[in-house]
Design a protein around this ligand. Sequence first.
Ligand code: NAP
Length: 504
Amino acid sequence: MTTNNPKSIIVIFGATGDLAKRKLFPSIFRLYHNGKLSENFAVVGVARRPLSNEEFRENVKQSVSHFQEENVSHDTFASHFHYHPFDVTNKTSYQELKSLLSTLDESYNAEGNRIFYLAMAPEFFGTIAANLKSEGLTSTEGWSRLVIEKPFGHNYESAKELNDQIRQAFTEDQIYRIDHYLGKEMVQNIEVIRFANAIFEPLWNNHYISNIQITSSETLGVEDRGRYYESSGALRDMVQNHILQMVALLAMEPPIKLTTDEIRSEKVKVLRALRPFSEEQAEEYFVRGQYGRGIVDKGEVIGYREENSVDPESNTETFVSGKLMIDNFRWAGVPFYIRTGKRMKEKSTEIVIQFKDLPMNLYFNKGKDIHPNLLVIHIQPDEGITLHLNAQKGGGATSTPIQLNYCNNCGDKMNTPEAYERLLYGCMHGDATNFTHWDEVALSWRFVDTISKAWESNKAQNFPNYESGSMGPKESDALLEKDGFHWWSSITTRLAVGNNDENI
Ligand code: NAP
């Protein structure tokens, strides 16, 4: 284990919750296992239920029990975890937390460095930040960083209010707003694919690219999150954050350096260049959908309006597709089509870059025009890249589509870091590149707010309008058809490593 990793105490607010159990403890374990934590790391869990340290450590061990690595003792790992129960709205309890942190600072030699991770419902974010400051928990010899989970607000006004509140306690440099898509291997790879390959960047513009498609589809419905989802919907849950972040990475100019500020500044310029539209134009550029009953993975499933904690006449969208235009020199005229939804045919997030056709067809594919060149970036569950080219098979004036595939996660999964692992590591090192700056959050909300206002004032008349197990409503297909395009189905774009005789 290395000793030059930054020392810090990680305080997790919401340590008995789902996120802590499913994502944070396993990520901390993997950092520990891979020697990316200081030997003296300590974690303090905060939540209301009255657990002893031993009970809390049992929970931690359970959440990492699927990692059976030699030479790593789960008991030793869990011994770094401490639990401090209190209600975060009770200001006086922060003094007790403060004295616990001071004691742990000494015993773990953590030099006063602290990460406060807010894995709790958003209504607590502002209160916790304010109490941490007012009760002196951020006044130490070392650094303090605040990690905030999504959702960051519900619209621009609420996001601004929350931001103003936490900015009274923490500076922008100390705030790490999580968008866990930015921790994903292939999302981080967008920049590398673009800026480390001579064959792509010269073509990465409106001269050679006809359109870009981003699809993020889920097979699951709302599960037990009906209450949250009713006030969110697909637009706020997915488009405002994850999808617009991917658009920004795909469209930004090369940064002059790979520093946090330079990269963020280029992303902000893209968000500023998004073509604004009026509420009246929202229907022209965006399509909403809500799932009805249907068949998913060979099983019958109920419609959204029948789910728990969902209004039987709900107007909430579980599907969004849209056409974004970026009004700058590089992208003028190139549509970015996005779509995301629940209860769709399959679980997949991928980006398809479709290149323009050649000026003249010398070859044909089964009597039809040749297949366009596509670059597909597979984000999840497959991680990789597929380049669709045309080559000869059999002679004559016939070309056949072929694929070059690279799979990132087909081999050793334990050594492929998880998104939360990368993000925690970045935060410990003070690297905020893969966290969202307030300017990005604000611009994204401003863009999305126009659509949500239009949809709130003009209720959907046709919900539910897509069957579970489909790829969304037909209006979503029509959105592309009127521009002469179609969605690339995942059957065409799927990463097929090792089982496709057309791979080269
Ligand atoms: P959760 O399972 O409901 O957990 C909430 C946690 O907060 C529990 O530990 C709960 O413990 C604690 N808590 C609630 N009220 C409290 C209070 N007044 N004082 C102290 N502790 C309190 O929620 P979650 O799913 O982990 O989500 C946490 C955050 O992450 C949310 O902002 C969510 O939007 C975000 N997020 C979650 C996921 C995910 O996969 N779960 C993914 C992306 C983002 P007690 O009941 O013991 O107090």
